[in-house]
Ligand binder design. Sequence first.
Ligand SMILES: Nc1ncnc2c1ncn2[C@@H]1O[C@H](COP(=O)(O)OP(=O)(O)OP(=O)(O)O)[C@@H](O)[C@H]1O
Length: 625
Amino acid sequence: MIKQEFKAESKRLLEMMINSIYSQKEIFLREVISNSSDAIDKIYYKALTDDSLRFDKDSYYIKVEPDKENRTLKIIDTGIGMTKEELEHNLGTIAKSGSLAFKKENDSKDGHDIIGQFGVGFYSAFMVADTVTVSSKALGSDEAYKWESNGTDGYTMEPSEKDSVGTEITLIMKENTEDENFDEFLEEYRLKAIIKKYSDFIRYPIKMDVTSRRPIEGSDNEFEEYQEEQVLNSMVPIWRKNKNELTPEDYENFYNEKHYGFDKPIKHIHISVDGTVRYNAILFIPEKIPFDYYSKEFEKGLELYSSGVLIMDKCPDLLPDYFSFVKGMVDSEDLSLNISREILQQDKQLKFIAKNIKNKIKRELESLLKGDRDKYEEFYQSFGRQLKFGVYNDFGQDKDVLKDLLMFYSSKEKKLVTLDEYVSRMSEDQKYIYYATGETNDRIEKLPQTELVSEKGFEILYFTDDIDEFAIKMLMNYQEKEFKSVSSSDLGIDEDSESNTDTQQQENKELFDYMKDVLSDKVKEVKLSKRLKTHPVCLSTDGEVSIEMEKVLNAMPNNQNVKADKVLEINPNHEVFQTLKASFENDKEKLSLYTNLLYNQALLIEGLPIQDPVEFTNDICKVMV
Ligand SMILES: Nc1ncnc2c1ncn2[C@@H]1O[C@H](COP(=O)(O)OP(=O)(O)OP(=O)(O)O)[C@@H](O)[C@H]1O
């Protein structure tokens, strides 16, 4: 059987490729500049093995020349150039990458890694240009050649004049349409911005004649325009520099230049890994919460570079949600890019980098907590909530990563403490890590439910964030100590008076049954309290859902009307209890009134709404008259 070769409609293929690979037209400049940078790198490589060649870095550059009048954009480089054959092979064949072949022949060294690999980037010029002319003189050749194409009808080749070695690409820009303005790619400010965004860390200077204004000599208010050649890119990526050479100010400047935030970062993390996947990263922990951080608009992610060229503005896969506040960038030469360089082909390397980064951020936060408590607390005030979400999310799969980073306000220390600090202070007879929930620390401080635990001398953690209790339920325990709400039915505290209370409970069973009937299904039970010392009444809960959780769940849009099993507790040592007993004997109507009043008071203490406020105030008046 004869094997047939696939035939391709190269015209259509090219058209499809030009119009569908890239999501943004501005990318063409990144591609053409990357080619120029590769061409200069190739001279560098040649010089390594060819003694007759000297690579003097300062003589190599890339120049961008917009010409608004003629609507052309030139990109000129002093790279290795192309011979007639190379022009034909590399630009006349789609998906033929001279650069990839070159890379295979020459091992990449000293971070001079060739960018091109797919053999398609050049054609992105046709997204913005009708005609592309490439005039090139190869290193070691006396002749120059010109390649020209309008992107659809093939190309022409002819000898041309060119004095120096290198390549000059001229784009004749497309006519503007209703939807597209191609003139923008001839504007200095736009070219500057595109170069800064994608090609800032190209190792060679990218120059352009920039128009500036200056006062005319001898005049106060007259100005003249003049042109001045400027280098538009920073060239040296700070992440490639030795950490010892860099000062904290260098990192701060980088943070500001890259517009990661308007604040001063609390900490920077510089990572250089030279293992199976090589990468460099500079990460920042911001000081202040970005204004949109807790909104839908906020997008997490790090900038992703491949060999110094920007691939993605915000690569979300590099950060877990709970570290979404981290800003910065990652640069790797080992990424599997897809041909548009916009998304990644497969994410094995990316997953590896993300995992490393996650562990590194965790370790750095732990060391901040140990080494600079004030700074950590500052950080925690801003982003602690996010860490707690991290404990709760995905069924707690990352709770162990985060548990040592958590902090809560302590009843004893009157400041934020870690769980480790809490547990290390626990006395032998303390079974649980106690917590109380409420809107503010002040309100929790006054909660009747805390009385017994506080009297026992046990520390209580104050939960004021709606996520707190959910996170802790997910954590279940810390260093094998379970968490216990001060409002839960069993506090695990052995009281001497316990049997006494139990007897009283038995003796007054009918009273409590009556009160329960008055309240019907508003409460699960009415009983004598073991936890109250001075306050007459409080609510506690029986079961998994606490009152605080009920509040949070019911405030959600998909509210499923979850209810906590509430227990109304009465303090047997309070005079009110005697009044209740007396009215049970003599005046049931009064007992009903008192029961409702006590229940509503308990709701108020919890910050829960009273079902019928008018009835409540009328009830109070009834007691007065
Ligand atoms: N300015 C230039 N100087 C020298 N050679 C060039 C220049 N521009 C392009 N080339 C050659 O043309 C080839 C094709 O370029 P093209 O941009 O299409 O692909 P690439 O850079 O190899 O790969 P990628 O699609 O990944 O960017 C390059 O591999 C290179 O050999």
